[in-house]
Design a protein around this ligand. Sequence first.
Ligand code: ZN
Length: 45
Amino acid sequence: MKMRKKADLPQKNCPVCRRPFTWRKKWENVWDEVKYCSKKCRSAA
Ligand SMILES: [Zn+2]
């Protein structure tokens, strides 16, 4: 497995809007728990 480049940020698919979203700095401590791309999607779930 290669080392992850800084530009190669992890992604997930939002189950509500079905779009991929990319890791954000604000999620660095909670990324494992992040499921939705936004508060809006989270409240729609
Ligand atoms: Zn979403």
